[in-house]
Design a protein around this ligand. Sequence first.
Ligand SMILES: [Cu+2]
Length: 1016
Amino acid sequence: MLEVPFKKEVVTKYATISFSNRTNEDKMKYSFLLVNLFFLSLTALKAQHEGHNINTGDRKSSQQRGVRRIGPIVEYHLYVNDTTVNYTGRKRKALAINSQIPAPTLRFTEGDSAVIHVHNKLKGEVSIHWHGVLLPNEEDGVHALNTPPIHEGSTHTFRFRIIQNGTLWYHSHTGFQEQEGLYGPLVFYPAVPERESGKNEEVLQISDWRDESGKSVMRSLKRRNEWYAIQKKGVQSWGEAIVKGHFGDKVQMEWTRMPGADVSDVYYPVHLMQGQPVQTFSKYKKGDSVLLRVVNGSAATYYWLQYSGGKMRVVASDGTNVKPVDVDKVLIATAETYGIMIKIPDDGQYEFRATAQDITTSASAFFGSGPQVRAKDIPKLDYMVLMREMNQMTWMMKGMGMKMKMGLYMKMNMDNMQGMNMSGMRGGMQGMDHGNMDMNDTNMNNMDHKGMDTTGAKIDMDHMDHGNMSGMDTTTQSRDTADMNGMDHSNMPGMQKQPAKKKAPPSATKKATKAPVKKTATKKPPIRIPTQKKPAVNKPAPKKKDAMEGMDHSKHGGMSYAPAKRWNLNPQVISGLFLQHNDTVPNKEEQGSMQGHAMHNMGNMKMDTVPKKMEPVMNHQNMQMPALKGNNMSGMQHGNMNMGGMQGGKQKSTINQRDTSRSYMLQTMMTPMPMTGFDFPPGNGNDVVLGYDMLASDSGSTTLPQGRPWREIEITLSGNMLRYVWSINGKTLSQQDTKIMIRKGENVRVIFTNATMMEHPMHLHGHFFRVINNQGANAPMKHTFNINAMHTQVIEFTATEEKDWFLHCHTLYHMNSGMATIFSYEGTVSQVQQAHPKEFRQFLREHGSRYYPWSNAAFHSQGTFGTVVLSGAKLQLDQDWRWDYKKSYELETRLQYFLDKRQYFSAFAGFEYERVNVKNGKIQPKMEQEKVAVAGLQYLLPFFISVEGRVDHKGKFRFEAQREDLPLTTRTRLDLRWNTDKEYGVEARYIIAKYLAVSANYDSDYGWGAGLSIVY
Ligand SMILES: [Cu+2]
């Protein structure tokens, strides 16, 4: 596809104009616009950007480097039009810009003035948002929030100065247009080129495609049509669970009212890389380095990126440079961008592949010429394993007494830690990361890990990382505050005594034998775990001693560096407050000695005695136990679990400590283990997978300016997967009655807690923010971050703008069902919203308040049975019917209102009309007729058993229980129903297509029958 948007550059002194392949229409526009040039040059540079920057640090803009470039006016014309595509063998309508999908790449140089004319040639409105671009509020492009809607047939001109460089993108922010083709890349070159602009670089925008309109996809999600799951073989049926030995997992899953574990909601049969499923860049030769500007412009897909020609060097993230890091796999979340350097190692075509996170389909670009060298296939997802991991996470959270509300974390003191029972943690323990767990002065009695069943040594304890677990003092008896009695790791075989290859020096032995400082228990009362019958403090000490002895601490002195692997912390940038380390790599002998203890890579394990209050530091950074494979407890991460302020419940860890390391602690403290599919691709082997902890700003500190007031905002991502309602703090955008207020000049910290079982790519418009990770001051700057299921993530930025900015999940269907909110600067008002109140209200409504219709209709031999539903965020209208094709029928209309945030509990009211002369399938002599008004309450129990009590206007009470859509096998569903009127029914369906099933039922009134079901 040619990349020939109508573009011209007008240098301030000389009107240099460059363009090609323009149409007659374009020429006309061009002449017209030349006349307007004078006005353009006046208006293009309207006062802006004084406050803008990609905050403190990270990639410095050229201005920050002391270069102030006043570039030319660079002008583009974008024509939004309909087009026809054929990605699946069938012609489909799509949306395009200048007839291209993706839209043309718009290139600018920092300092340029962008003038972009968007011509709407569609029926209906359109909007274009400049994703990750720092610009004045009105130029952001969000439909009626920032920018006036671009009506059918009209043109809107965006004008802003380019004050940053990097790879970004643009897309529609209206309805589902993005899914249907309205997205394109942006490349901003630095004013002082870091490399020859445009040479040896390729823009690769990845996107997903389905021959289905976005609205229709949304409707399918609302009605929990399982067709997508069937298509990608992701159904977790009871039959499969039993056959594969995961019955218990299925029970747990349904007990927690989780319909299934999955990494994505929608199945996309086609993925495109810069518009094509496969393409080749054969101009590259052996030895060439190529910069890939990768943009995830999908509607709802994360991708695993791989390259067959060696490591990928990640050099930029979201358009800001990061310290280069070499990896084998990158998970790119929706709306993120990465700069990735690849090298062509030899003759041949080397594959750069993007595999959808659900490991169904992929898109590829080949680099070089010669025989194809393919990237390694990622094994299919094992949904049973995913289900098990998700259960483990759920139970672990519950076991830890955890509330998915950050406010409770803040108030947490050691009392709250008493119930830290990890008995739910069965299975793999890969990447168990206790990075920066600062336990100074912390009483950790009764921290019971014995449920962490590792017997049989089948557990993979790779990367059990206690990095920076400072203050976990086992060396000095004088430290009377360190009470670690009862911290029982005795059932963790990997940590039990094993023959030491090298005799530990006496000092180390001393350390080890004195490890369980039992006497301190008398000085400080042990913390009791209310739920635990037998306090672990009473356990015999020798066992613990053994356990500690098994951990050879003899090398702790200088053992400070081990290469970070996978999700482990970057050892060079340990953010532990109390940590000193040097960058020496342990020698072979030392490593050998550690391996003897099944714990190599114990980098940064530092036990030197340091002055009082900076107590010796026991650092289990990169503690890996790869000797034990089998189960997989992937990555329980307690990075930076700083317990310094949590002693004995006296001193509270408070949110008022404006301390970034504390944010990191808050963030990681409750971080559950990463999961296969979510955090690791299956069959990962020894590949290095990029994690956010590996991203560091390339130019020093990104910490926010000092002396500014701080504002802290807690945001909980919430949702109901069954009803497909996604929200923020329990409310869809349409239900929120306030914007989230911030004030210009503040430092803002936002603590996101994901209380859902899905990942969300969260995007804040118009700002770059620090994504708090273990890089301390060098946290990377991003515009979009992924937050894992049940995780917490902290971001920080300086409020430098004005008016309203959108914050939302970039999964198109999550956003449109309501997972969005607005950050609003106090004291500033959007003139656009004032001028377009109707459109603005509509914008709010469209994010959560739309109603989606769906229907189930069975046409059986003895009658027809079905329901039509209108599903909204809180309200649902149901119309049920049963009719025997003769005289008997029943109709029930009900309006249901969901009362609680989780949407398990609802109240309803309606009417029922009955005219029945059948019983057990036989015609009765008497026709019974009844008209009643009914009202009642409904609750969703575990196993998705919906129970309701209702009263009719005559005072008659009825209790009913039912279970729908019970997955017996991949394609078989079962419905069960019973009530106190002694009516009951059962229906089985076999799904043959998205909208069609064969079905049979028995109804206590209507009897047996079989036929077809239409599921729309
Ligand atoms: Cu989301």
